[in-house]
Design a protein around this ligand. Structure first.
Ligand code: 13P
Length: 253
């Protein structure tokens, strides 16, 4: 079911005491909101997942991991499986983030395997896609995103596809302070929805949440989220401060 979602991707930031403080701060602020128009998801580093998952029982946020192994279990030193995440009660997991594609050579085929591991363990994958700056400059952004979505997701059944969230994150906007304009975001989100409609039909497409990520902050969130095909955001830097993150969470009108 399509929902508004604001997810905070903390990336590799914060020591344990700082993470605890941030979650406590967010909980206090969430408590004061009468009505939230978006689902809040926190995606902290692995070592803090259990703490966040426990704390989420008393609050209004869900918890997600930032990555998962493509393997089911076994001798894969350093890896964390979808079933382990499920055993901590997690609901979401980011997959195919551009930083993992760039630094860990994650291909669309790997993303596809990770998505399948998560779905098999009832965890909702937040699947990232998005073009690099030279690709946008060469006006190849639609081709790139189409290839990413087709290769990593279109082997799913319509039923499986109903359980995933997509995040469009133009790589040139990540951590750069350069945001896609609301028009650029809307145009790409509408394009992604049309791809889904072509493959799985209108109902599945209309029910898929598509988030925007890339220098989304307290100032520009409202304008971005006002677009018809933008169902929320995947927030990096601005998710590390409770005040900023809450401004984004409450940007849905
Ligand atoms: P920034 O919000 O820091 O640009 O990061 C976006 C992102 O990569 C979220 O996954």
């Amino acid at each position: 079911m399509r929902k508004n979602i604001v997810a905070g991707n903390w990336k590799m930031n914060k020591r344990f005491d700082e993470a605890l403080e941030l979650v406590n701060d967010l909980m206090e602020r969430l408590e004061k909101e009468n009505e939230l128009n978006a689902m809040v998801v926190l995606c902290p580093p692995y070592p803090y997942l259990e703490m966040c998952s426990d704390m989420s029982q008393e609050s209004y946020f869900a918890v997600g991991a930032q990555d998962v192994s493509e393997q089911e279990s076994g001798a894969y030193t350093g890896e964390v499986s979808a079933s382990m995440l499920e055993s901590l009660g997690l609901d979401y997991c980011i997959v195919g983030h551009s930083e993992r594609r760039a630094y860990h050579h994650e291909t669309n085929a790997v993303v596809e395997k990770k998505v399948k591991q998560l779905l098999a363990n009832n965890i909702c994958p937040i699947v990232c896609c998005g073009e690099l700056l030279p690709e946008r400059e060469a006006e190849k952004q639609f081709d790139v995103v189409k290839e990413q979505i087709t290769e990593s997701l279109f082997s799913l059944s319509a039923e499986e596809f109903g359980n995933i969230v997509i995040a469009y994150e133009p790589v040139w906007a990540i951590g750069t302070g350069k945001t896609a304009t609301p028009q650029q975001a809307q145009e790409m989100h509408a394009f992604i929805r049309s791809l889904i409609a072509e493959k799985y039909g209108n109902e599945v497409a209309e029910n898929t949440s598509i988030l925007y990520g890339g220098s989304c902050n307290a100032k520009n969130a409202e304008e971005l989220f006002a677009n018809k095909d933008v169902d929320g955001g995947l927030i990096g830097g601005a998710s590390l401060k409770a005040e900023d993150f809450m401004k984004i969470v409450t940007s849905f009108k």
